[in-house]
Ligand binder design. Structure first.
Ligand code: C2E
Ligand code: CA
Ligand code: CA
Length: 542
């Protein structure tokens, strides 16, 4: 079972992108550049393409219409509250006092255009003198629900929203004040749009002046009969309270007009975005270039220094080696962590001379330790991180051979940890280099197992002697799943006959749990933080 789980964890990590591949800010700048570029392409399409304009118009129009309809319903709600109070002020006889009350309500409330009352005796009165006439005219009516309907009093009248409500002792009908025509259609185009509302077998319509339908449909059609979606597709259809459909038909010149009206804004937007893009690209380029420039300077001035973190045999509590972790020490003595500059150094190739210089510094430090502690050869190993670029280059062999010769050191004093933030491009070359290192007696370790690129393929091909369990897994060791993953890796390592080192141990519980799981080589803040040469821990309890 552990092996199955291990395979599962490999599968997860095989296609995982390298998280630390680029410096965070560079990564963010690149993402921003892509986003701005996509926006520029999108807006340029709007500027050029008719179809893109049509799509934008539709969305814009739908948004505006939704808002307009919502405002109508808001007016209905406001009217309803008004009627709650009004019902106690009426005598329900249509006397002068009732008419005054109705006139007063209509006059002082913007949402009411007209209102009328029918008393229990069947008398009708309203805020207008000709109330009876207005409501006596034949009308077409679509019911949106029991209280709201849409009516057209005459063929030329606009569609009106009517609100009907039974109050204390009578029945009130309110014409809701129409909203302004939709702003997108408010341009001077004459007879170029038509709105229809369809429901319970009736079509009500409003267009702008001069028989809109004749302009849109090219010939004067009998609207109720011949207006079908086959003739001209509506540009917008949306439901009204699920009982009716509101549809809009517009002539081509409306879209053209819309296009012209947004063109200046689009041009301003495009210019601004292009400017932003240029600034971002300049910063992105400058960022990398600046960092490269400073790194070259740091390399020349030998400011890339090693920090050492002990790797401990947890069974005996003895330090068996150290991981060498690079730091950048500025002129003012500030220490810059590797995550800030290693990804860029890997991109621009500076990582190779940087590591070569580090190897020489470490060799000098080993020599100094031998003298300080009067032990030669020193039994410890110093594990240096190498990126795929260097593990694929025979330069590494030459450098390490020269260093061993020059400083009279033993091969066991060195080992290399292959960090895999970027994939190995040429496994054959890497294999040759690893074989030569093994022949020399220098161990190759695979770093961050489970958290990089195809580690197990690398393990198989490169014949690494050791795998390092990434600190992510150690962090979760107290969860059941975390422990299962560690056990799976240990079971795998046993079978593959490789050693295991766990990193990121921060407390005694993690240390003991790992030991119980069979991981005796451990590294982490619990045993010692990475430290410069003069603070190097030689014995764990010193
Ligand atoms: P890495 O090889 O995985 O190194 C272990 C990282 O874990 C180090 O971070 C170390 O300081 C940190 N660490 C160790 N113990 C603990 C712990 O108990 N808790 C926590 N939270 N962290 C712990 P650092 O020094 O910042 O190095 C980051 C990475 O930079 C390294 O990860 C390595 O991939 C890269 N790096 C460092 N030096 C070199 C170098 O000389 N060459 C190359 N190519 N990469 C390097
Ligand atoms: Ca490492
Ligand atoms: Ca790691």
């Amino acid at each position: 079972m552990p092996i199955i789980l291990l395979n599962y964890s490999i599968a997860i990590h095989l296609d995982k992108p390298p998280v630390n591949m680029k410096k965070k800010s560079t990564y963010m700048l690149s993402s921003l550049i892509i986003i701005v570029l996509c926006m520029i392409i999108g807006f340029a399409a709007l500027l050029i393409s008719n179809n893109a304009n049509k799509v934008l118009f539709k969305y814009h129009f739908k948004y505006a219409e939704n808002q307009r309809i919502e405002q109508y319903f808001e007016r209905v709600r406001a009217t309803s509250i008004l009627l709650d109070n009004l019902q106690y002020e009426l005598n329900y006889t249509c006397d002068n006092q009732d008419i005054d009350t109705l006139e007063h309500a209509s006059y002082f409330n913007a949402e009411i255009r007209r209102l009328s009352l029918r008393t229990p005796n069947g008398i009708t009165c309203g805020d207008m003198v000709d109330t009876l006439n207005i409501y006596a005219k034949p009308k077409q009516e679509i019911y949106l629900n029991q209280q709201i309907s849409l009516i057209a009093n005459t063929s030329k009248d606009r569609t009106i929203i009517q609100y009907h409500r039974q109050i204390l002792k009578g029945f009130i009908t309110v014409d809701i004040t129409p909203q302004d025509p939709i702003s997108l259609l408010k341009n001077e185009c004459d007879g170029c749009w038509l709105q229809t509302v369809e429901g319970n077998g009736i079509i009500l319509y409003t267009g702008n002046a001069n028989r809109a339908e004749s302009k849109i449909f090219n010939s004067p059609l009998q609207l109720n009969k011949d207006l079908t979606d086959q003739v001209v597709k509506p540009i917008l259809s949306m439901p009204l309270l699920d009982n009716a459909w509101i549809k809009y038909y517009v002539a081509d010149n409306v879209i053209q007009h819309y296009r012209e009206s947004i063109r200046p804004y689009l041009i301003i937007l495009l210019c601004s975005l292009t400017l932003i893009l240029l600034v971002l690209m300049h910063r992105r380029f400058h960022n990398g270039k600046m960092l490269t420039f400073l790194l070259i300077k740091a390399l020349k001035q030998n400011r890339l220094i090693p920090f050492y973190q002990p790797i401990v045999n947890a069974e005996t509590n003895h330090i068996c080696g150290y991981e060498v972790l690079m730091r950048w020490e500025t002129k003012k003595g500030k220490i810059i962590p590797p995550d800030v500059f290693i990804p860029e150094a890997e991109l621009n190739g500076l990582i190779v001379p940087m590591t070569v210089q580090l190897i020489e510094t470490v060799a000098k430090d080993i020599k100094r330790l031998e003298v300080q502690h009067s032990i030669a050869p020193l039994p410890h190993y110093f594990s240096i991180n190498v990126s795929p670029d260097l593990i694929q280059s025979t330069a590494l062999i030459n450098v390490i051979k020269m260093t061993l010769n020059k400083f009279k050191l033993q091969p066991h004093n060195f080992s290399f940890e292959l960090t895999e933030r970027t994939p190995i491009s040429d496994f054959d070359k890497a294999k040759n280099v690893c074989d030569s290192l093994n022949e020399l007696g220098i161990q190759v370790k695979l770093d961050d197992v489970g958290n990089g690129y195809c580690d197990f393929l690398a393990l198989q091909k490169l014949q690494a002697s050791t795998i390092k369990i990434d600190k992510i897994f150690v962090k979760n060791i107290c969860d059941h799943n975390g422990m299962v993953i560690i056990e799976s890796i240990v079971a795998f390592a046993d079978k593959a006959e490789v050693e295991v080192i766990a990193e990121g141990i921060e407390n005694r519980e993690q240390a003991s749990a790992l030991l119980r799981a069979g991981v005796k080589y451990q590294q982490g803040y619990y045993y010692g933080k990475p430290a410069p040469f003069d603070k190097i821990k030689f014995n764990l309890f010193e």
